[in-house]
Write a protein that binds this ligand. Structure first.
Ligand code: FAD
Ligand code: NA7
Length: 457
């Protein structure tokens, strides 16, 4: 086992889950392979490692981060809780169900800090390219040590791609947009709504980014928010100041024209039009080519690449379940790499993928989406020793969350849920979400009396 070398690309929640899976086997006294994780950023956490930068970073690499200031969890934290490291264990007291980004970042770090995970990670290192030799059955990775401006190559037996898929913008063109006089950006480059105070804002898209950036901009004082949809409106009952219109047909100056014949003048446009699965470091025959969906084709059990199963993809699905799904995937991929889980024949793999794709083709609303992803996770869990958690109960919470958003998009983050890991009921946050403009960890963990003092002083 010691002679096997595993490369993990990316130290976001998925890559860290893979390290954690190996650490857990090591704790059980098993001999684990040599692991090297390559992370192009200076720290771990992936998306949760906030950066103020846009465009390129310090070393000229495309910026990975798409998260922004004032980002609060968009689903209950009880739905993403690690089943081997609870929120109670980390925070030592109940916290609310919808914490802001720095709090979840702290939680992610808490679990991984318990081990020597940092020793496995080479930060500021980008995977540029890789090849696979059919004879030696080894991958050669071409790596760029960004700090020292040095390239080098190394050989590995397995490669785990954990580079995420919400980083490379899908940026559509609309006639006249090139002459729009205000700011035009993609959600990937959005870093907070302060810039839109008193502005008329147009968001194109009708999914999570449009909803969340729209509501944040409203909360932080935008004059108006217009969401423009291509297929379906989000369809919530919006407060006055937020509205939905069909797709933009074109722009003339700072006026946008919509499919229903209406028009409106805007100060800024944010394209909330999703992301591309992008793997510039892989030759095309090893690349996963897919849209954002719950069951990308060509991945057995959602992770093993059919053309070459020694290439494993984590977290490539669209996500209701997040951290706990990445964990279950990482546990199964670990077992495969340690020779404890055998892949069936190519034909059997294809059959299994087709069954899942057929099941997925029948899914047609968000509640069924949740059930589908729950079934997928249950399928994985029963093949591994990942600590069981009540996946269906989490599914019920997701459905309640969908309902809460429909009831009131401005207050759903004030609701609380019960942990399936510890049974603990979440605490109510000291301040209602709409009134809370500070998303820092310090403010979040403050006692209620203290928050009043800070407001009065
Ligand atoms: P990422 O977090 O994207 O991490 C991938 C890592 O790979 C990064 O660190 C990157 O630097 C590294 N990398 C990429 N290319 C290379 C390379 N060539 N060489 C070396 N390293 C590389 N999920 C939730 O559960 N709740 C939320 O509230 C939530 N909000 C979100 C809000 C936004 C705006 C976005 C974009 C996503 C949100 N998500 C949320 C989903 C989020 O993507 C997941 O929670 C999680 O971060 C995915 O983990 P990952 O490790 O798969 O990918
Ligand atoms: P999603 O969920 O992939 O949604 C992309 C949206 O963009 C969706 O509404 C699409 O409409 C829309 N879209 C895509 N292309 C176009 C064009 N050409 N014109 C108009 N609209 C378009 O991405 P998000 O960024 O919202 O969410 C991704 C993650 O980031 C998520 O995990 C969040 O937590 C944060 P469609 O319905 O396909 O017509």
């Amino acid at each position: 086992m010691k002679n096997k070398r595993i490369a993990i690309i990316g130290a976001g929640p998925s890559g860290l889950a893979q390290i954690r899976a190996f650490e857990s086997a090591k704790k059980q006294g098993k001999e684990i392979p040599e692991i090297v994780c390559f992370e192009k950023q200076a720290n771990w956490g992936g998306m949760w490692n906030y950066t103020w930068r846009t465009g390129v970073g310090k070393f000229g690499e495309p910026i990975h981060g798409s998260m922004y200031k004032y980002l609060w969890s968009n689903g209950p934290k009880e739905c993403l809780e690690f089943s081997d490291y609870s929120f109670d264990e980390h925070f030592k007291k109940p916290i609310s169900s919808y914490p802001p980004r720095p709090v979840l970042f702290d939680y992610i770090q808490g679990r991984i800090n318990k081990s020597n995970a940092r020793d496995y990670i080479r930060f500021n290192t980008t995977l540029r390219w890789l090849t696979f030799n059919e004879e030696t059955e080894k991958f050669t990775l071409f790596l760029d040590d960004l700090k020292n401006n040095k390239t080098y190559e190394e050989k590995f037996d397995y490669v785990v791609v954990a580079t995420g898929h919400f980083s490379t913008p899908n940026m559509p063109f609309f006639e006249g947009i090139d002459d729009f006089p205000g700011a035009v950006m993609h959600a990937h480059d959005f870093r907070g709504a302060d810039q839109f105070i008193d502005k008329d804002l147009l968001l194109i898209g009708s999914s999570y980014s449009a909803e969340d950036i729209g509501v944040q901009s409203y909360k932080h004082g935008a004059k108006s928010v217009t969401l423009s949809y291509r297929s379906n409106p989000i369809g919530l009952s919006w407060p006055e100041g937020i509205e939905e219109r069909p797709l933009v047909t074109h722009f003339e100056g700072n006026t946008a024209f919509f499919k229903d014949g209406t028009s409106k003048r805007f100060d800024a446009v944010v394209m909330c039009t999703g992301y591309q699965h992008k793997f510039p470091f892989l030759p095309s025959y090893l690349r996963l080519k897919t849209e954002n969906n719950l069951y990308p084709d060509h991945l057995y059990k959602g992770i093993f690449f059919q053309t070459q199963p020694k290439l494993i993809y984590l977290g490539m699905q669209d996500q209701y379940y997040t951290f706990n799904m990445f964990d279950t995937q990482a546990w199964l991929s670990r077992d495969y790499m340690m020779g404890e889980f055998e892949l069936p024949s190519k034909e059997e793999q294809r059959k299994d993928i087709d069954l899942w794709l057929e099941k997925y083709s029948k899914v047609d609303d968000p509640k069924e989406d949740v059930d589908f992803q729950a079934d997928y996770i249950k399928d994985l869990i029963q093949m591994t020793d990942y600590p069981e958690f009540n996946v269906d109960k989490v599914g019920e919470m997701f459905k309640q969350w969908l309902q809460d958003k429909e009831d009131n998009i401005l207050t759903y983050r004030d609701k609380t849920f019960r942990s399936v890991v510890t049974g603990t009921m979440a605490a109510e946050h000291h301040t209602e979400w709409m009134d809370e403009l500070d998303d820092s960890l310090e403010r979040y963990l403050m006692k209620e009396e203290k928050t009043k003092e800070t407001v009065l002083s």
